[in-house]
Ligand binder design. Structure first.
Ligand code: HEM
Length: 486
């Protein structure tokens, strides 16, 4: 007995000596929390926005927190973001992304894989090829909407707006990139969506390594099911997948990835391409429905465009100017896009802040920007930052507003839903075009309204801060029917 206690005390001491850390000269303020090893992990995971706001009040725009055995330096001054975003020598995105890949997808890919995969994405999702993708998404969206609301339907149909938006956009995106047409070799988009939703629900816990044992089993079986459903995607000529997915499969094969690794990698791509678009469209439609003035302005812009439409081909998949819609979307994203921009410190670095201060970053730590707090919700930059103002990003003359200030200086980054710099979102334009087509189709061809005229948007699920687009807690009941039938 006495030996056991002795050994335990020794182990605790050794642990303390090995993990003890204090703030050295030149380093940012250090906040370790009181719980050994866990540090601030629980508070961080529960509601990162609240926790980081609390830390900001206590320490200012830069500080290091301890969470689950890691030290994370959080930077909240947007004037200083370039020092992180544009440094790929000392700060590495890939190393950090690999940790997530292992935790969420059970996937290990060679270090150089991401560079090649990203170059491939750029080729297929940007420039010339984007037009074809937009047309295909538009076609699928139209067919899915028609199937949901046949032209002869006269009565209102009720649904939750989140599920309505997410399921339609997920299925259209899945059919465009992974599945092709129905009734062929590929899996039914509804089954993939059902499984994907379960997976998405467990995502934040998987990423944090905080699944309970029951949840671990569910996560494993959902992943297994998704791997099976995605097996044919991009493999054979008749799976109807996009040229991008065929190319990606070929890349994996050239790298010698086995069947199992390939399926896991394809699931990761499903998440990267489909995880944010549906939630973004939900928030935009939700803000429009709860702000009648905004809805009228966007509808007015759309109706001018629909009057110009001559053929069956929707104008929206081509280059049309929609400044009001663009501003309404930018504003929705300002309020609901909350990614962490995280990098691993691969060699010691001196971080130069815009105010002239310098801080030492330790090798092995992480650096994290959280643009949601600043610039996006910063009252110094945005008047009444909690409020949805659809024309916040419009000038008086109707052009896009791009000048925003903090501390008297114009900001380079005034909102960052897509990240920025070398690791910024490759799918940005595709995502914007898809959301625009979707909202255009819904608002032009259908009547969509709140079931309860004075309903408010649901609260945010606070555990999702840091993971890209936020999601609601619960849903917003809406009803819809085709427009020309009343
Ligand atoms: C509303 C929808 C979307 C949002 C809000 C969004 C947001 C983001 C953000 C914030 C990042 C940067 C992460 C970082 O710097 O750490 C990112 C990266 C990325 N996004 Fe998106 N995204 C969206 C849709 C898409 C779509 C549709 C695609 C694919 C077609 C896509 C592909 C990617 C890829 C490949 C990267 C990684 C870039 C790299 O490796 O450096 N995203 N996205």
């Amino acid at each position: 007995m006495i030996w056991t206690i002795f050994l335990l005390v020794q182990a605790a001491l050794l642990y303390f000596i090995l993990t003890h850390r204090s703030r050295s000269k030149g380093e940012p303020p250090l906040d370790k929390g009181v719980i050994p090893w866990l540090g601030h992990a629980l508070e961080f995971g529960k509601d990162a926005a609240k926790f980081l706001n609390r830390m900001k009040m206590k320490h200012g725009d830069i500080f290091t927190v301890h969470a689950a055995g890691r030290y994370v330096t959080v930077l909240l001054d947007p004037h200083s973001y370039d020092a992180v975003i544009n440094d790929s020598d000392s700060l590495d995105f890939t190393r950090y992304a690999q940790v997530l890949m292992e935790r969420i997808f059970n996937l290990r890919l060679p270090h150089h894989h991401q560079d090649k995969a990203k170059a491939m994405m750029k080729k297929y999702f940007m420039g010339m090829n984007l037009g074809t993708l937009n047309t295909t998404v538009g076609r699928h969206l139209q067919a899915l909407l028609k199937a949901k609301m046949p032209k002869n339907q006269k009565d209102w149909k009720e649904d939750g707006l989140f599920d309505f938006s997410y399921s339609l956009l997920f299925k259209a995106g899945y059919l465009t990139l992974f599945g092709g047409e129905q009734n062929n070799n590929s899996s039914d988009p509804s089954s993939v969506y059902e499984e994907y939703k379960k997976f998405d629900g467990l995502l934040t816990k998987m990423a944090r390594g905080m699944l309970k044992s029951e949840e671990k089993r569910t996560a494993q079986s959902v992943r297994q099911r998704l791997w099976e459903l995605l097996t044919p995607a991009g493999l054979t000529g008749d799976s109807g997948s996009s040229p991008w997915l065929h190319g990606y499969r070929r890349l994996l094969q050239e790298e010698g990835a086995d069947e199992d690794t390939q399926r896991k990698a394809v699931l990761m791509q499903l998440w990267a391409t489909q995880g944010n678009v549906g939630p973004a469209a939900f928030w935009l439609l939700g803000f429009l429905l709860t702000n009648p003035e905004a809805l009228t302005a966007v509808k007015r812009e759309f109706s001018r465009i629909s009057q110009m439409e001559t053929s069956e081909m929707p104008l929206m998949d081509r280059t049309v100017n929609t400044p009001v819609f663009d501003s309404a979307l930018e504003e929705a994203l300002r309020l609901t896009a909350a990614p962490f921009i995280t990098r691993e410190v691969v060699q010691e670095k001196i971080l130069h802040m815009a105010d002239g201060q310098e801080y030492l970053l330790r090798k092995g730590d992480r650096v994290c920007l959280f643009p949601f707090i600043s610039p996006q919700m910063d009252p110094e930059i945005y008047n009444e930052p909690q409020k949805y103002k659809y024309n916040r990003f419009l000038n008086e003359d109707g052009s896009a507003k791009k000048d925003f200030y903090k501390g008297g200086r114009r900001l380079k980054y005034y909102t960052m839903p897509w990240g920025a710099g070398t690791n910024g979102c490759v799918g940005k334009q595709f995502a914007i075009d898809t959301i625009r087509q979707f909202v255009y189709m819904v608002l032009t061809n259908y009547d969509l309204e709140l079931c309860e005229p004075n309903a408010q948007l649901p609260e945010v699920n606070a555990s999702r801060y840091g993971f890209g687009m936020l999601q609601p807690e619960g849903d917003l009941p809406v009803r819809y029917k085709p427009r020309n039938t009343h």
